[in-house]
Ligand binder design. Sequence first.
Ligand code: 5GP
Ligand code: ZN
Length: 110
Amino acid sequence: MTDCIFCKIVAGDIPSSKVYEDDDFLAFHDIAPKADTHLLVIPKQHIVNLNDLADEHGALMGKLMLTLPKIAADQGLQGFRTITNTGVEGGQEVFHMHFHILGGSTLPGF
Ligand code: 5GP
Ligand code: ZN
């Protein structure tokens, strides 16, 4: 999508501090970190959020679940919190699906 910030990051049109990339996903530091380490993991393809998923995304989402802890481990995180906000009521501000990885110190209770 041409007006999507995260699609522009995937395309390299907006800079990001990338920490991981493969054929399907990109991970980079959040521009306004809410924890010592705050990463965003996004699919390269434009998917709006969890409500936008269809059966065809099953393998991609499975791979994502396996990739998240690898990215966290690469960053030296022993434990971490994963959040994905879905829709306006869920607090989503960027409408390209992303998983937050938060960690780096013991996080407050949720
Ligand atoms: P949401 O509220 O949609 O779950 O989270 C969106 C996140 O994207 C926020 O934590 C915000 O700081 C981050 N963000 C928004 N624009 C940019 C950007 O241009 N670059 C990076 N690295 N993060 C961004
Ligand atoms: Zn997008």
